[in-house]
Design a protein around this ligand. Structure first.
Ligand SMILES: Nc1ncnc2c1ncn2[C@@H]1O[C@H](COP(=O)(O)OP(=O)(O)OP(=O)(O)O)[C@@H](O)[C@H]1O
Length: 252
């Protein structure tokens, strides 16, 4: 069962191939982590899969080409959390989270009780409810990230794509983020995240490793082939070991 199938021959910007030769199926009802060195093309691939970046090829969402989805239906089906998003700094945290509910109601209609309940639940899940009346621009990096995560959760989409969702989060809130992801996945949703935190990516259900704009490996995080591929791409200074039954990756 595939939530999203990306076939990308080329993604060129200014005549440069940023991403190429991708044939990637993201499993439904699973958490997939995309990892790779700086500049490997992770964010570019994620943006292409979200329909935010043109490319030569095709992305199938639930078997239907992305371009054939009516935009509101697609926005209810695929939630997006980008990196370092700007533009909403003057809105209160609650209003930012309510933006996640826009695809659920008619154009210019005010939020319904169901929208408010979804926003409240999402802000409780990311422990950001106490800042609901504060402007987004006044929050710290981690606080802001938790509000943006709540906005993404409030969409309640079957597929969520997140680019570096753990940036600025302290370790307890990183663990909370994983718990939220686990809840969504156990409810049958699919989550895809670009992560730099390899020790957390190794807790995912499925790992996608990128290098030089294309796929270097896909597989289970516990698979020795996956570990060998990680060491090949990141180099011998990456040490992969098991602690308390969990795989971790440490820079040496
Ligand atoms: N708009 C753009 N114009 C030109 N080059 C770009 C553009 N966006 C990204 N790139 C280049 O494409 C390559 C891939 O960038 P991308 O942000 O996808 O990498 P990444 O794997 O997410 O990196 P990081 O881990 O550093 O966030 C990089 O070499 C980057 O400099």
């Amino acid at each position: 069962m595939t939530a999203l199938h990306a076939r990308i021959r080329h993604l060129r910007v200014d005549g440069r191939d940023l991403v190429h030769d991708i044939d990637l199926r993201l499993p439904r009802g699973r958490w997939t982590a995309i990892v790779g060195p700086n500049g490997a093309g992770k964010s570019t691939l994620l943006r292409a899969m979200a329909g935010l970046q043109p490319f030569e090829g095709e992305v199938l969402l639930d078997g239907r080409p992305l371009a054939q989805w009516p935009s509101r239906e697609r926005a209810r089906h695929l939630a997006w959390m980008g990196q370092q998003e700007t533009g909403a700094d003057d809105l209160t945290a609650l209003d930012v989270v309510l933006l996640g509910r826009l695809p659920h109601r008619p154009w210019l209609a005010p939020p319904t009780a169901a929208d408010r309940a979804a926003a409240h639940a999402a802000m409780q899940a990311t422990q950001s409810w106490e800042w609901r009346d504060r402007r987004l621009g006044s929050l710290s990096g981690g606080e802001r990230q938790r509000v943006l995560l709540a906005r993404t959760l409030a969409v309640d989409a079957p597929l969520t794509l997140m680019d570096e969702p753990l940036a600025h989060l302290d370790p307890p809130h990183q663990a909370d983020w994983m718990a939220v992801v686990r809840q969504r996945v156990s409810a049958g949703h699919s989550v895809v995240s670009v992560l730099h935190e390899l020790h957390l990516a190794l807790q995912a259900d499925h790992l996608v490793l990128m290098a030089h704009g294309t796929l270097a490996h896909t597989g289970a995080p516990a698979d020795p082939d996956t570990h060998a591929a990680l060491q090949l791409v990141f180099g011998p200074r990456l040490h992969i070991a098991q602690i308390d039954g969990r795989w971790v990756a440490l820079p040496l």
